[in-house]
Design a protein around this ligand. Sequence first.
Ligand code: SF4
Length: 186
Amino acid sequence: MAVKLTGDGSGVQSTGDPSFYALGLYYTGTQVNYAVVCERKLWLFSRHMEMEKTSDAVLLGRLIHEHAFAREKKEVAVDNRIVIDFSTRDGVIHEVKRSRSVEEAHRMQLLYYLYYLKQKGLEVRGLLHYPRLRRKVEVRLTAESERKLRRLLQQIQQVVRREKPPQPLRKLSFCKKCSYYELCYA
Ligand code: SF4
């Protein structure tokens, strides 16, 4: 099946699990990613403390994306909530990443996109790209991965409702590369 997504996601109907909407599980891909990486980062980001725009690592990631897939159609936004790097007519949505340091977070982010689209009646596959490593990872929604994702969405809901941010991870080697480092350790 070809993936047909309009720029704003209009034209696709919500036909999926009603609890997805009833529970207010409306998050962005970045929030899903951060829920795996660090709950504090998730909380800060969800309170609109967005540091990514000033991060060299994020800028580098964008450059890699733009150069590696210059001919592909870029960034499809659905509902102004999820932003897919690009989709192809073979029923695949693609996500481009710089390094595999948080591959599980990348996988869950892409699984979330698959799940989100499934709620709209679109069943597609996902492909993670690591152009610098010449590596691709296929991601499919299964009953087990869907259960795992739903648990993660519930975890996000709990974290973003907290009044105070979770404690820093105290993993300095990891945190030093994080764009929120100064908010956690200054
Ligand atoms: S610096 Fe570390 S503790 Fe702070 S948000 Fe980033 S990953 Fe989390």
